[in-house]
Design a protein around this ligand. Structure first.
Ligand code: PMP
Length: 398
């Protein structure tokens, strides 16, 4: 008898399982709209010019790889602060933001979750209904009871805002509320600025802790536009958490570049919080890797490379929007009678299509079009070559 004989097989990750199924599919027209990855119009994962230039400069001056500090590259952490809060902002200038480099946005969430568990062990966590699948698992594994706040309204094809406010108003003080800062995954429906004001007022009134997940800054309306929600939280005088991911905005998925920032009341508080975040990191993986952080810091801290990044990110954003429009037009041309224009009111990488599980299964088995059973499709994987096939397939199952 091995000590592992009673170990149960864990369920497969639904999205990675979909990838395996896709890889095995022999349909020559197959299209993978399952994972949240941006592909260019040739269906290729882009390697951004700004990244290539930064890497070339690094290769030209090869550097040895010592251990990084526990909280990562200082120039990276300050670039993240400047991006998230603004270089000239009061929180950055007064030094009351604690920022650590993290292993992707997921790593930022996990460091924050572990710190919160020590600080407020009995708090509950609320995530949106629905949310990125890993939110629930990540906060549960950190030891929290995880519940949901109302978010998606299928009938209305939008946000159930009254429901959301009611959930927040019913939450106990100290409850941790995970909010998608922009480009809500999976629905593609964001709050309006006026709705954010009301959410912030509820968070303040009820004494809740906001944890903003910012995995898609620049994919919605623009870098500053998407970041505006952070300014609102600052203006409200709240302390809060922000997890940043550069996986999508730099197309650096495998480098695991992200961060956690905690806005505190004072520099003294931020110093103490930073010291605790460092303990979380030290006892998990000691310190972050060098390459991805060095590339992102080099781009964000160099005016020319930064301008190039903004241009390239803008091109990704514009192409996604064009694909949303092409999807709406193509579905109409393929004979779909119902109004599908909601696809262009959604924002970011995903569209909640409203298709049922049965329809999604048919899309896969009959047409090789892969989205999740929930009806989520990644519009950032559509292109001028696969759009016709996808439109005809959706029209056939609708
Ligand atoms: N949060 C959300 C909402 C996401 O969609 C993702 C990426 N799928 C992440 C966090 C994690 O990002 P990363 O890959 O950088 O860990």
């Amino acid at each position: 008898m091995s000590m592992f004989s009673a170990v149960e097989m864990a369920p497969r990750d639904p999205i990675l399982g979909l990838n395996e199924q896709f890889a095995a599919d022999t349909n020559p027209h197959k299209v993978n709209l399952g994972v949240g990855v941006y592909y260019d119009d040739n269906g290729k994962l882009p390697l951004l010019q700004c990244v290539q230039l930064a890497e070339k400069a690094m290769m030209d001056k090869p550097a040895a790889r010592g251990y990084l500090p526990i909280d990562g590259i200082a120039a990276y952490d300050s670039a993240v602060k400047n991006l998230v809060f603004g270089a000239e902002s009061e929180p950055v200038k007064s030094g009351r933001v604690a920022t650590v480099q993290a292993l992707g946005g997921t790593g930022g969430l996990k460091i924050g979750a572990d710190f919160l568990k020590k600080l407020t062990p009995h708090a509950k966590v609320l995530i949106s209904d629905p949310s990125w699948e890993n939110h629930r698992a990540l906060f549960s594994n950190a030891g929290f009871a995880v519940e949901t706040y109302a978010y998606y309204d299928a009938a209305k094809r939008g946000v159930n805002f009254e429901g959301m406010l009611a959930s927040l108003n019913a939450a106990a003080p100290g409850t941790i509320v995970v909010l998608h800062a922009c480009c809500h995954n999976p629905t593609g429906y964001d709050l309006t600025p006026a709705q954010w004001d009301q959410v912030i007022a509820a968070i303040r009134a009820k004494g809740l802790t906001a944890f903003l997940d910012m995995a898609y800054q620049g994919f919605g309306h623009g870098i500053a536009e998407d970041g505006a929600v952070i300014q609102k939280f600052v203006a409200a005088g709240l302390t809060f958490f922000v997890a940043t991911s550069f996986s999508k905005s730099f197309s650096l998925y495998g480098e695991r570049v992200g961060a956690l920032s905690v806005l505190c009341d004072s520099k003294d508080e931020a110093d103490r919080v930073l010291s605790q975040l460092k303990i979380v990191i030290r006892t998990n993986y000691s310190n972050p890797p060098t390459h991805g952080g060095a590339v992102v810091a080099a781009v964000l801290n160099n005016p020319e490379l930064r301008a190039l990044w903004e241009k390239e990110l803008g091109e990704m954003r514009t192409r996604i929007k064009a694909m949303r429009q092409a999807l709406v037009d193509g579905l109409k041309a393929a004979g779909v009678q119902q109004d599908m224009s909601f696809i262009t009111t959604q924002i970011g990488m995903f569209s909640y299509s409203g298709l049922s599980k049965e329809q999604m299964v048919r899309l896969r088995s009959e047409f090789g079009v892969y989205g999740t059973d929930t009806g989520r499709m990644c519009v950032a994987a559509l292109n001028s070559k696969n759009i016709d096939h996808v439109c005809k397939a959706i029209a056939a199952v609708l």
